[in-house]
Design a binder for this molecule. Structure first.
Ligand code: AHR
Length: 635
């Protein structure tokens, strides 16, 4: 029997309690959330024609190549350095084809917007023909552009796909012979999230929106740090005109890859403005994380000397101005010019991703001083290094405590067993010390960055067990997020991941549904739930937490049974009157290895049934390996 005192609030639950951690890993941005379908649209990859094929460039009857595309470098210093010069000798025999991000997902009757820049030398080319082709090279959508100028000019046109195809390609052919220069060949579905032109994939954002996330952390992860300082994420390069955002190699290019991804670059089409906008759209508090002058310690570990930290600190100050400054400030004006005159209401900023040791603390102090003196109301999120324990972790925690750090980011990727055994992790954390942001965690079925890690049910319910511990400790744990957030079926570097997608579909893993259950039932006030006066933290393989929601007037009890057999539980709810009708939401699956897949995307997903309360005590039969949420209305 468990006891819940409805009348006694332990603490208020922060609206940020359950949120999202977004990193451009596993093709999450380009090739994923950012709906651009053309890979290497502006010929800026290290190999400028990567992603582009030129079949039929063989010699034609004129004994010449039928055509050839040559990348031209304009200037090293420009942001959009390259364009593509196409010479067409025999229009019948030449095509330029973009392969997309592991193909292009096109849907029958859906509309697509293509845009490009062209300079038509002497107006020799009469027409640019644009087609979708399926995997058998059959045309499944077609349009054309008449290039009317020998100067650079923008063209755009819409066309419709006639067939659904997961592996379509974009084929460009020409009428006429001569030379034409092309750049920024870009293709988006018309149907994007909120119908924004050249926006985000609707199905993926919907999955995020449905979670009612408390915050959105971006843009990572290791990607914040870069392998070297030169290729750290620099937010200023990700705002303004899309074509002026300099393409860069992604830090997850090749390395750690089960399937090599040498074609992993960042176009920054999804940049900081879009991240802020996305946060606003899904009702999440934005949490940008910036480089603290330390490159990824798993790579070069390069350090910016303290005396040269100014540009890094300035980036943080300017970002706050970009997000919150009036339109009379330089960065506030840019935000307004980009379409958002109102501030984004930034309240949190992260300094460094997963850095550790004295080098981090030394740099953190510089940032802290600068940010606090100019923006005292902005809370800083600091890192604790790779958690869950160890010499560097302990050092960081102690030092940050001395500095009165507000929020410390802990990361842990551990076994399901570890998660079950560590539901008490925060029980002993100092209530008066820094608050905790469990910023990256996931149960790994194998371990480490191993390609065999699965999003299986054992991992998911073990996380749920652990999460009752996060919730029970809401006094100290103010923010939490699973990581990584998403992965392309054919282009990932890290498993497990909460959401899986291909070019046509996306689904939530079992872990997604666990996160969603907690996030959409987070309540407003933490209650105690005890068994013989003690919290339920794994006794008899049972875990529990309880909250109430003063807005919806509900008591919400979360129960996790990690054993292979069902268990009867009685919840004695005291201190308030409850309606007799309630709801029980159950998430369960019979086998530890069960998973959601593209074929069965909702195999493990919640089911909701009516609950009848008889008296003050709720009787529940918790199925084997199950997560249960009981919701009862307060009268
Ligand atoms: O989530 C994957 C990686 O794990 C993140 O980029 C990094 O912060 C952590 O080491």
């Amino acid at each position: 029997t468990l006891e819940v005192d409805i009348a006694k609030t332990v603490t208020k639950i922060k609206p940020t309690m359950f949120g999202l951690f977004f990193e451009d890993i596993n093709f999450a941005a380009d090739g994923g959330l950012y709906a651009e379908m053309v890979k290497n649209r502006s010929f800026e990859f290290d190999k400028p024609l990567m992603g582009w094929e030129q079949p039929n460039t063989k010699r034609s009857s004129l004994n010449k190549q039928s055509g050839v595309a040559t990348p031209i470098k304009v200037s090293e210093n420009k942001t959009n350095t390259n364009f593509c010069r196409v010479l067409i000798n025999d229009p019948q025999g030449y095509a330029l084809i973009n392969e997309g991000f592991r193909g292009m997902g096109v849907k029958k009757d859906a509309k697509y917007n293509i845009s490009l820049k062209a300079a038509n030398h002497g107006n020799a080319i009469k027409k640019i023909i644009i087609q979708f082709i399926d995997k058998d090279k059959k045309v499944i959508g077609e349009t054309s552009i008449v290039p009317t100028s020998d100067e650079w000019k923008n063209y755009s046109v819409q066309f419709t796909a006639t067939q659904t195809e997961a592996k379509a390609k974009l084929k460009i052919t020409f009428e006429g012979t001569g030379t034409i220069d092309l750049d920024m060949i870009s293709l988006f579905p018309e149907d994007t999230w909120k119908n924004r032109k050249n926006g985000l994939r609707k199905d993926i954002v919907q999955l995020l929106y449905d979670m009612k996330p408390g915050f959105l952390r971006f843009p990572g992860g290791c990607i914040v740090e870069g392998r070297t300082l030169a290729d750290r994420y620099q937010w200023k390069k990700s705002v303004g005109n899309v074509e002026d955002r300099k393409t860069m190699m992604n830090r997850w290019n090749v390395e750690f890859s089960h399937k090599q991804t040498p074609d992993y670059f960042q176009s920054f089409g999804l940049g900081f403005y879009e991240y802020f906008q996305l946060s606003e759209d899904i009702g999440a508090t934005p949490l940008p994380i910036l480089s603290c002058g330390m490159a990824c310690q798993y790579n070069t570990g390069e350090l910016a000397p303290i005396t040269e930290l100014d540009p890094y600190v300035q980036d943080a100050l300017d970002l706050i101005e970009f997000a919150n400054g009036s339109v009379d400030t330089a960065w506030g004006k840019l935000r307004s010019d980009m379409g958002h005159p109102k501030p984004f209401n930034l309240k949190l900023i992260g300094v460094g991703n997963e850095q550790w040791g004295p080098d981090y603390i030394e740099r953190y102090k510089v940032f802290e001083k600068a940010i606090k003196s100019k923006y005292p109301n902005i809370a800083i999120v600091s890192g604790s290094g790779p958690s869950p324990s160890g010499e560097f972790f302990d050092y960081g925690m102690q030092e940050l405590k001395k500095l009165n750090a507000k929020l410390i980011d802990e990361h842990y990727y551990e076994s399901p067993k570890w998660f079950r055994e560590n539901a008490t992790r925060y029980d002993k954390y100092d209530r008066k010390g820094p608050k905790i942001f469990a910023g990256e965690y996931a149960a790994q079925s194998v371990s480490g960055a191993n390609p065999n890690n699965r999003n299986n049910w054992e991992c998911a319910f073990s996380e749920a067990a652990f999460m009752t511990g996060l919730e029970r400790n809401a006094e100290v744990v103010n923010m939490t997020s699973y990581a990584p957030l998403m992965a392309h079926e054919e282009a990932w570097q890290w498993t497990p991941d909460m959401i899986w997608f291909n070019n046509l579909e996306a689904y939530g893993s079992a872990n997604y549904y666990v996160q969603k259950l907690f996030s959409t039932n987070k309540g407003t006030d933490l209650l105690t739930i005890t068994n013989d006066g003690k919290p339920l933290t794994g006794q008899n393989n049972l875990y529990a937490s309880a909250v109430k929601d003063v807005n919806s007037k509900e008591v919400i009890v979360k129960l996790v049974n990690t054993s292979a057999t069902p268990q009867e539980v009685t919840v004695d709810l005291k201190g308030g009157k409850l309606a007799s009708k309630g709801t029980v939401i159950t998430l369960t699956s019979p086998n530890l290895n069960d998973e959601n897949t593209f074929a069965q995307p909702k195999k493990i997903s919640p089911t909701e049934t009516e609950y009848k309360l008889k008296g003050e005590k709720a009787q529940l039969n918790l199925g084997a390996y199950s997560v249960t949420v009981l919701k009862l209305r307060m009268e």
